[in-house]
Design a protein around this ligand. Sequence first.
Ligand SMILES: [Zn+2]
Length: 408
Amino acid sequence: MTTHEVKYGLPSTVKFCSKCVISNQRPASAIEFSHTKNSRKTTMNIDNDGICDACKTAEQKENIDWKTREEELLSLLDKHRSKDGSYDCIIPGSGGKDSAYQAHVLKYKYGMNPLTITWPPILYTDYGLKNFRNWLDVGGFDNVSFYRNGRVMKLLTKLSIENLFHPFQTFILGQKNLGPKLAAKFGIPLVFYGENEAEYGNPIADNLTSLRDKSYFAMKNLNDIYLGGVSIKELKEKYEIPLKDLQSFLPAPQEELEKVNIEVHYLGYYLKWTPQEVYYYAIDNTGFQARPFRTQGTYSKYNSIDDKIDDLHYYTTFIKFGIGRASYDASQEIRNQHLTREEGVALVKKFDGEFPDRYFNEVMEYIEMQPEKFHELSEQARSPHLWDRNSSGKWQLRHNVCKTGLDD
Ligand SMILES: [Zn+2]
C-alpha cells in the first residue's frame, strides 16, 4: 500500500459512519484563536462498531429525561430572572432559526427578559438581513448589533483564507466571543447559545454538561492568540495594525469574565433540539423565512443563510476534509430521522462540493483577492491522502460515501 501525505493531522485512513454520511475526517470545532497553519485537528471518532460519536449522541438524546432537564432549566432561570424589567440573559445570534427560537421561548414561554446580541455576518445576504429584522420586529426583542472595524475585518478574513483556507474564521471568532464579552460589560452573567457542538461530533464527553468550555471564549495570554493564523505581534509589526484595532476580534480576558461570573449555557442541553422543528417554530413566531432557492453545495434552503461567505466556507471544508455542505446537512437529518441513509448518500453525491459561484465574485471583491488566487490556494489545500487527479486530469476524491472514489 502506498502512503500519501496527510495534511492537518487528519486520520490517514478514511472511514465513513455506517449510520450517517459523515467521515472520520470531520474536525471537531476548534478554538479559533489558537488556529495556525500547523494546527493538528481533533477529528470525529468512529468506533469499531462503525458508528460516529454524533450518531451516538443523537441516540442518547432519545433516552434523556427531558422533563427533568426542563426543571433544571427552570431553577437556573429562577435564579437569574429579573423583577425590575432589566435584562437577565444574553442571547447571541443573527436571527437565524436557532437564535430566533432561543430568544422567543426564553422570553415568552419562560418569562425572561433577554438582550439579543449580534455579531453581523461578514456579508449579509438579503434574506439574512430580512430575517434579522423580522426577529426583532416580529419577535419583539431588544438588540445590540456590534459593527466591528471593517477595514481590519476584511484583512483578517483575507488572512484566514490565505493562511488557513478558512473564510469563516472572523465570523466564528465574533460569534463565540462577543456574547460573553458584552455580558461582562453589561453585568448580565447568563448567556445562552443553542446547540452543543458535540451533537455534531466534538468529543462525546462535551455533551454531558450544559456549560460551554471557557477555552472557546476566554483568553489567558495575549501572546497565545492568533487571528487569521497570524500572531498578535506579527499583526502589529508586519501588518501595522495597532492593538486597539484588534480589540473586537479578541476573546475577553478570563479575569474579566470571572469577575461577573459569566456562565455560558447551551439551551439545547435543557430542551430537545430538532433543527427542523426549530425552523417551523421560527417561521410561526418571528417571521423567519427560508430562501426560495437551494443553497449551493447542498439541498437545503434554511440552514445558515445569512452570510454570503458561508457557502464558500463549506466549499473549503470539502477541499480540506472531503466533506461538503450536503454531507453535514444530510448527516444531521439522518440522525433526526428525517432522511434515510440511502437518501443522504444520494444527496451527497448530487450536491457535495458544488462550487458556490452565486456570491463568489462579490466575496473576492470584498476581501480584495483575485479569484485566481483563491483557486491556487484551493489546489494547495487538498490533502494528497484524500484527493488525486483522475485519468482526465480532474480532481477526484480517493474515497467517498458512495464508494465510487478513485481508490475505492
Ligand atoms: Zn454517524
